[in-house]
Ligand binder design. Sequence first.
Ligand code: NAD
Length: 467
Amino acid sequence: MAEEIKNEATVNIPELLASQKEFFEAGNTLDVSERIARLKKLKNVIESKEQEISAALFADFRKPEFETYATETALILSELKYTIKKLRKWAKPKKVKSTLLNFPSKDFIYPQPYGNVLILAPWNYPFQLSVSPAIGALAAGNTVMIKPSEYAPATSSLTKEIFAEVFPEEHAAVLLGGVEVSQELLEQKWDYVFFTGSVPVGRIVAKAIAPNLTPSTLELGGKNPCIIHRSAKIDLAAKRIVWGKFINAGQTCISPDYVLIDKKKKTEFTEAVKSEIKAAFGEEIKKSPDYARIINRKNFERLQAMLEGQTIITGGETSPGDNYIAPTLINEPSFDSEVMQDEIFGPILPVLSYSEEPEIEKIISRYPDPLALYVFAEDKEFSEKTLQRYRFGGGASNDVVVHIANKNLPFGGVGSSGYGGYHGKFSFETFTHKKSISKRATWLDIPLRYAPYKGKLPLIKKVMKRL
Ligand code: NAD
């Protein structure tokens, strides 16, 4: 599997940022037609490199070509197409209603790019999670510096090559390297920071940018519950969960972390999961071209340790030579075990059961707000009650993961799974300051607000009551 990437010792980060500041301040990113032209070029280059993107992800962690297309390239191309189509409209000042207080006036919201944006990305969807926020930031008229993950070196290098083909580096640059490069980047003053990664590193990022009061989005992780009610269509639930849990070998921030199922349905569910795993990956899963590997030895060992002492329902095979871990179901792990402490982020699915509904809440409330929550139920009342009851980033009923694919839905966390959202128009808004502008008329000047105030209080009270 992939070797870790070397740091780009040759890049002078303060100098590169200074060139981006100069580029922005000279107004070079403001022309909307130019932004659209660059995004179109980015789209063309990505389309021309579709095969190379698949090969890079295969080199990094044997990600199947189908999964790379569906979850990385196609998502990015669709985001680009949509942004190119809508950008002119989004970038226009919006007229809003004015109020009696500042009559006569015409009031507007002017979209204003923040300036110089830093994007720090993780390894698990290394292309999509580096490029998707960059599309929003560039569409909104910012400059961008992207630091993709050191753990997906082939994809990170290709991302750099793609951006270098489309943008001068004072407009958008990709910097390769690990933690030291991230740290040096975080020492600089940015106008916006967009971080995707783990909760502990999210905290480091938030702390590092606090002295400059830098606005930010943190896209983090968590333990995502997947609740299965007795009314659920168990076979379909098993099929969809097998897909969403084992895609990318479980290394998906919104994959179900653990299943919480009605005790009476547990055996039916685990049997259905076994046959769905077989249907998807065959008898010899290790030989399946449709099953990815764990990104590196460190994560492989972390996951392997989670299996120790557990009752395996199915799977459990591991092979360190190629960082393979079979799709694995474990039975009722204790809450003290490692697998129930932190986000799993791999192809291991604990199956917990409940007898009475109040037990669900007790289990979910053990953990901080998750990034996603899923509920499988034909009982609409139960489903709706569950979706409304808990705080989580986003989710689905009767499916998993799919909410990420709709660009009309903002994607992001809440509480410890992060803050801010993006995709589609939400990406443009994330990277845009909304400037309030009142355009006052000069043909009338109502004297009420001016001192001396003597005798004016009753009148202002009357006016304010009408608002
Ligand atoms: P990570 O937090 O280890 O790394 C993310 C980025 O931060 C990398 O570019 C890395 O170089 C950098 N980094 C690491 N340590 C740092 C430090 N001490 N100081 C500054 N920068 C540092 O995350 P990861 O292992 O790459 O990704 C897995 C995590 O990301 C999981 O927790 C997953 O849930 C989360 N994730 C969230 C989303 C989302 O959209 N919310 C998407 C994918 C992954």
